[in-house]
Ligand binder design. Sequence first.
Ligand code: PBG
Length: 332
Amino acid sequence: MSKLTAPFPAARFRRARKSPAIRALMAENEVSVNDLIWPVFLTEGEGVEDPVASMPGVLRRSVDRVTEAAKEAADLGIPAICLFPYTPMEKRTKDCAEAWNPENLTNRAIRAIKAVRPDLAIMTDVALDPYNIDGHDGFVVDGEIRNDETIEALVKQTLSQAEAGADIIGPSDMMDGRIAAMRNALEAGGHHNVLILSYAAKYASAFYGPFRDAVGATGALKGDKKTYQMNAANSDEALRLVTRDITEGADWVMVKPGMPYLDICSRVKRELEVPTFAYQVSGEYAMIRAAVQNGWIDGERAMAESLLCLKRAGCDGILTYFAPEMARALGA
Ligand code: PBG
């Protein structure tokens, strides 16, 4: 990259901004539909589209409805969707056994979507929180979130999703050592081509609030997730975690949330040169939507800018609730 410039008026930077055509040629980054992964929420029933109050425009869908949504996403050219279940309260237990039930919501949805659109990649979430009566991503024993026992459960969950047909497994639990355990189990189970997109640098963030509402994990959760998710104060630690997860067998890594953590996205991509994804999380989406509802910002521009900035920071792809809207804005 050249830092060379001439003195004014030989150099006038405004020349390169003078028209849409010139600005288009000058652009260093752009968002494409190929960058998007669409997170969707699942719920029991049939014909159900249940709005998530804290995420205007986002629905919890029954399996038949999510199949329709998946077809639409594929038709828009979106390469992947990511499934998150709202597990019925009576199926949430201390042992979280629903997490690896081959007939759970996520696994049924994977099979239903693959039956109609095998070309659409499916990502799943590996963590216990939607199944845990305690609302945490790991087992809680005497008030402590247990690491090693949780890993055994995450491996079972991983295998059940791979067997149902998931393409990309997304461990969002932040336990130590889970990537190696999951990779070994996938290899031993013959799932050689199942990718792991590790939530490697996942911060203990206030911006997950609306998501916990969407999957019904708000009520159960006592305390916070600070003993397993990262401290927002840290940056070097993110590089160590990404290195660790890649070494253990993650194919791709994620930084989460997105916009408040652009510096982390940038360091991960530039210093470690690994496939880097960001999750534009529920709170980021809700903030933009709320401001739009109040007439305070232009929604389409804010959406496009927020995603472009993640690309500029170095992200190869972005999980975003705006995916279908962005795909349409791109002319799909
Ligand atoms: C839980 C999980 C969370 C999100 C994805 N997986 C919430 C949490 O860690 O509490 C957040 C996604 C979002 O806010 O959009 N394992």
